[in-house]
Design a protein around this ligand. Structure first.
Ligand SMILES: [Zn+2]
Length: 246
């Protein structure tokens, strides 16, 4: 392949610009915020699940309390009704009176037991409600930290994308100076190894950092200036400049 030496030198400008684009892509992929956001998202999912579990438990206890309070009310109503019958004087037989009094006493004991149950549920419910607040607080804290990290990530993305757009914008002015076949070869090599062209500097290929053999240097020395030469080691296009050491 042949190309004017000036066009070949433009490949170095293009390679530098493309390396800049690669660095930006790498920075975008490896932003520390990405790992942070991943961790925080997992923490948030866990905290949200815990919050739901705590709310479910508190809800269950609230229903349990309502039911226990209804039990207390039912027993109290029965005791009140018995007490009224006793106070009405309608029950006169000593046996019935004794039975009624015994039932009232039994209902009062039962009411006391049920009130103990209500108190015990209320205590558990208080603890459950406190736990709901704690867990929801932790969840909201994680969500806020996540939002901040996402904001930092988006700001970094915007900055990187702006720089990349700037570089991309400069690319056409460079590629316009390079013939299509040379550009296609550069593109193919770039796909294969990441870098399509490198400078021959002081007898070394700056693409793979290999010092060329005397034979290779002699071969390149003998090649016409418009001949496109390649590194024998990495196959990249070797661009000759005044610093090539030829
Ligand atoms: Zn090389």
């Amino acid at each position: 392949m042949k190309a004017a030496p000036e066009a070949q030198k433009r490949l170095l400008d293009l390679a530098e610009l493309d390396a800049g684009l690669d660095r930006l892509r790498h920075r975008r992929r490896t932003l520390p915020e990405l790992a942070e956001i991943d961790d925080l998202s997992k923490n948030l999912a866990r905290a949200a699940t815990e919050a739901i579990a705590a709310e479910t438990e508190a809800g269950d206890l609230a229903r349990e309390q309502t039911k226990a309070e209804a039990d207390v009310d039912a027993v109290r109503l029965r005791a009140d009704r018995d007490q009224k019958r006793l106070d009405s004087g309608q029950v006169t037989s000593p046996k019935d009176l004794a039975s009624l009094q015994s039932e009232i006493a039994s209902l009062q004991r039962r009411q006391g037991d049920l009130e103990e149950v209500v108190l015990e549920i209320m205590e558990r419910r208080e603890a459950a409600d406190a736990r709901v607040e704690t867990v929801k607080g932790r969840r909201d804290e994680v969500a806020a930290t996540l939002a901040v990290a996402e904001g930092r990530r988006d700001a970094a993305f915007a900055e990187i994308d702006k720089e990349a757009a700037e570089l991309q914008g400069r690319r056409p002015a460079i590629t316009a100076d390079i013939p299509d076949d040379l550009l296609a070869l550069y593109g193919k090599l770039r796909e294969q190894s990441g870098v399509g062209a490198a400078m021959l500097h002081g007898g070394r290929c700056l693409g793979c950092r290999t010092s060329l053999s005397i034979a290779d240097l002699n071969r390149i020395r003998a090649a016409a200036h418009d001949e496109v030469v390649r590194c024998e080691e990495c196959r990249r296009i070797l661009v000759r400049t005044a610093e090539s050491g030829l």
